[in-house]
Write a protein that binds this ligand. Structure first.
Ligand SMILES: NC(=O)c1ccc[n+]([C@@H]2O[C@H](COP(=O)([O-])OP(=O)(O)OC[C@H]3O[C@@H](n4cnc5c(N)ncnc54)[C@H](O)[C@@H]3O)[C@@H](O)[C@H]2O)c1
Length: 312
């Protein structure tokens, strides 16, 4: 058995130490045991061991990255997505601890079936991640708002989340435990970075989390959201391709990444997956009703942009 770089090893008294190895390097468990001081365990920490998670919109992007992380942390995962072939391919790719169920989050019966499928397949549901979402390419002006499109975006991004929480709580309340996650967005907390319909749908998700957490707390169920910054997933690529027809894929990724403020890093699905593992795990056992913003600081500050003294 080899241990990949940057895994965490648990010290017998519970303290955590982080070891870094150069990229691509690996070390056998036996060699590691020789190097480490007595008392260290070479056990790779799996924060979701024995947990069962249902993730909507997990055929692709953030959902797929999170499914991968959850499995690596010991969970069993149900992928629920409207894309049948891609969902099945993803489940196959991720291995035996994953199953796919076709699910359109705008249909309550599909969500109900997905929850029941998790129970019949893996006997329980510990984590419900309402992640499915769509972008919205409509006129930026409120005066031209397409209300049919608004309804559609709301039915997936907001109503779909509400339905997911409803059916997850149906099975979590009797067990008096569970963790519910939802993907919101920075557009739900800061205006001007997306069209109105999408922004309203994501602000609604953050509101849903708070109101539902206020009830479910008495059953020991935590409800939290994650608000990602922009990432070049298929979702954004589709939106950008409409904005810049025929744009080169690498150029598109660069444009997306250049919008960030944190030098040296870009927002990636793995960052959201890591946030989801944290929120779903015991590490966040007292975190509830929270919106975890993963944006490199983008929504925390603005610059006045004063010219340098020698430029005045
Ligand atoms: N990519 C970004 O920049 C960004 C930023 C902030 C928030 N988000 C949010 O992250 C979430 C995941 O998006 P992503 O970036 O991974 O995009 P993505 O397009 O890669 O994944 C979205 C998934 O949702 C699925 N889906 C769409 N409609 C559905 C429906 N009705 N029922 C079930 N599944 C459905 C799609 O098939 C797809 O697999 C979304 O909620 C999105 O709003 C994305």
């Amino acid at each position: 058995m080899t241990v990949k770089p940057l895994f965490l090893f648990q010290f017998c008294c519970g303290n955590m130490f982080k070891f870094g190895f150069s990229k691509g390097a690996s070390i056998s468990r036996n060699s590691l045991a020789e190097i480490l001081p007595k008392g260290f365990s070479t056990q790779i920490e799996r924060k979701l061991e024995g947990k069962v998670a249902l993730i909507t919109g997990a055929a692709n992007g953030v959902g797929k990255a999170t499914a991968t992380k959850f499995i690596n942390n010991g969970a069993k995962v149900i992928i629920a997505d409207i894309q049948h072939q891609l969902g099945q391919d993803t489940a196959k790719e991720l291995g035996p601890n994953v199953a796919f169920i076709a699910c359109d989050v705008t249909k309550e019966s599909d969500i109900s079936n997905a929850v029941d499928f998790a129970i019949s397949k893996f006997n329980q549901l510990d984590i419900m991640y309402n992640n499915a979402g769509v972008h919205c390419n409509s006129s930026p002006s409120i005066a031209d708002l397409d209300l049919a499109l608004f309804d559609r975006v709301m039915s997936i991004n907001a109503r779909g989340v509400m339905a997911g929480i409803k059916h997850a709580s149906r099975v979590m309340i009797p067990r008096r435990t569970g963790s519910i996650l939802c993907t919101a967005s920075i557009t739900g907390i800061m205006a001007g970075v997306s069209q109105h319909s999408y922004a309203v749908s994501k602000a609604t998700v953050i509101g849903i989390v708070k109101t539902v957490a206020s009830e479910l707390c008495k059953y020991g169920i935590r409800v939290n959201s994650i608000s990602p910054f922009i990432m070049p997933t298929p979702f954004i690529k589709e939106a950008m391709n409409q904005l810049y027809p025929g744009i080169d894929a690498q150029r598109l990724v660069k444009i997306v990444h250049n919008t960030g403020v944190l030098e040296g890093e870009n927002c990636e699905p793995i960052d959201i997956a890591n946030a989801a593992v944290y929120l779903a795990s015991e590490d966040a056992k007292y975190v509830n009703g929270h919106n975890l913003v993963v944006d490199g600081g983008f929504t925390s500050f603005k610059s006045l942009g004063f010219p340098a003294p020698d430029q005045v």
